[in-house]
Design a protein around this ligand. Structure first.
Ligand code: IMP
Ligand code: MG
Length: 174
């Protein structure tokens, strides 16, 4: 099967929305100490753009997970890299590229709750709600709600490729 990438969200639209989300976070967390937890590798580009608009007392930690083989969910999440810094008593914002079934954010939430933060919020660039499973967390901050299609670019990959695209594209069969 041959595939092509079709632009779904332009770099200009992403940049504008990232700025809006940052403004919301700046307002909601003003005066508090926040730890942003970026989920590698997919959220690296989103985090890098988002944090340059944040005016908060903040730090950034990185967790690396794997949950996908090509476009199919493997049905389980593996943690490749954790972080050591203490987040107990602090407000945490998880920054993720996309929420699909919700399995990944549920896994992250459980993992971070064990570190005793004061609160946990979920900030995702993309939401594919059609695939959400029951009992899965819904995001507190969402960039774009997308139709049920496999997407890539702006950090998101297909088998490790396409992360460098400045826009978000969908995969179409040709
Ligand atoms: P979930 O666990 O089903 O919610 O899937 C979320 C994770 O799967 C994200 O962290 C992504 O890494 C990956 N993922 C889900 N949908 C896509 C997609 O359309 N393109 C690329 N990666 C995806
Ligand atoms: Mg990911």
């Amino acid at each position: 099967m041959e595939y092509a990438v079709k632009e779904m969200i332009s770099r200009q639209d992403i940049a504008a929305r990232v700025e809006e989300i940052a403004a919301e976070l700046n307002a909601d967390f003003a005066g508090r100490e926040v730890v942003f937890v970026c989920i590698l590798k997919g959220a690296a580009v989103f985090m890098a753009d988002l944090m340059r608009h944040l005016k908060l007392d903040m730090s950034v930690e990185y967790l690396e997970l794997v949950s996908y083989d090509f476009t199919e969910s493997r049905g389980k999440v593996d943690m490749i890299k954790d972080f050591d810094n203490d987040i107990s008593g602090k407000d945490v914002v998880i920054v993720e590229d996309i929420i699909d079934t919700g399995m990944t954010v549920n896994f992250i939430g459980e993992h971070l709750r064990a570190k005793n933060p004061a609160s946990i919020k979920y900030c995702v660039l993309l939401d594919n709600p059609v695939r959400r499973e029951a009992d899965c967390t819904n995001p507190d901050y969402t960039g774009f709600v997308i139709p049920n299609q496999f997407v890539l670019g702006y950090g998101l990959d297909l088998d490790g490729k396409y992360r460098q695209l400045p826009f978000i594209g969908s995969l179409v069969k040709v």
